[in-house]
Design a protein around this ligand. Structure first.
Ligand SMILES: Nc1ncnc2c1ncn2[C@@H]1O[C@H](COP(=O)(O)OP(=O)(O)O)[C@@H](O)[C@H]1O
Ligand SMILES: [Mg+2]
Length: 205
């Protein structure tokens, strides 16, 4: 693949969207061709699946259904836009990817992580991020930074969100080649400086 694939991960309110926006600006300033997408969603079909996933009215959704819907949304996003962009040599920046399903549905809900990885391999056409940045923040602090109207996942218990955080920390340990962990105890600018270092190293900027 000619392009590069960078994913931004972390719990609620950890600063993913803030940092991805700044990174896009940085890359555009360096005349890079980029594609920025978010999960779940990013394309029409996947955004429809997103609505189902985040709808607070869907109180009885099974863990299996939830896992597969995230994967379905991802599969469509990969085929429709991520793969073509990578083939064209673009830098793809994605707000969440497969690691989110491992952290939220695996560590959070207790779905078997090996099964998630197998289904994930199918859903993603076996593409893997070249670089993943995980933002780690104290769970309560992160949640306090999200909007007051919570979606179906955000409104889960603090214990759930703590398991998600633990999942991310374990992923970072297990896949230290691909994943860079950033502790969010600094200003947006200071965090962006660290993000830039990792991104610039990958892209040889
Ligand atoms: N390093 C930081 N210090 C203080 N506030 C931050 C920092 N990073 C992000 N924020 C703020 O926290 C809130 C959540 O950030 P956001 O990027 O939306 O997180 P996420 O996308 O991970 O849920 C936003 O209001 C953002 O401005
Ligand atoms: Mg966000």
């Amino acid at each position: 693949m000619k392009g590069k694939f960078i994913t931004f991960e972390g719990s609620e309110g950890s600063g993913k969207s803030t940092q991805i926006e700044l990174t896009c600006k940085h890359l555009k300033a360096n005349k890079k061709q980029i594609l920025f997408v978010r999960e779940p969603g990013g394309v029409k079909i996947s955004e429809k699946i997103r609505d189902i996933l985040l709808d607070v009215k869907n109180t009885n959704m099974s863990d299996e259904c939830e896992t597969l819907l995230y994967m379905a949304a991802r599969a469509q996003l990969v085929k429709e836009v991520i793969l073509p962009a990578l083939r064209q040599g673009k830098i793809v920046l994605c707000d969440r990817f497969l690691d989110s399903t491992i952290a939220y549905q695996g560590y959070g809900n207790g779905v078997d992580v090996d099964k998630i990885k197998k289904i994930g391999d199918f859903a993603t056409n076996s593409i893997k991020p070249d670089l993943t940045i995980i933002f780690d923040i104290d769970t309560a602090k992160g949640l306090s930074r999200t909007s007051r109207i919570k979606d179906r996942i955000e409104q889960r218990t603090i214990a759930y969100h703590k398991r998600v955080r633990k999942g991310y920390l374990e992923l970072a340990k297990k896949e230290s080649k691909r994943i860079r962990l950033i502790t969010v105890n600094k200003s947006i600018e200071d965090i962006q400086a660290i993000v830039k270092q990792h991104v610039d190293k990958l892209l040889k900027i």
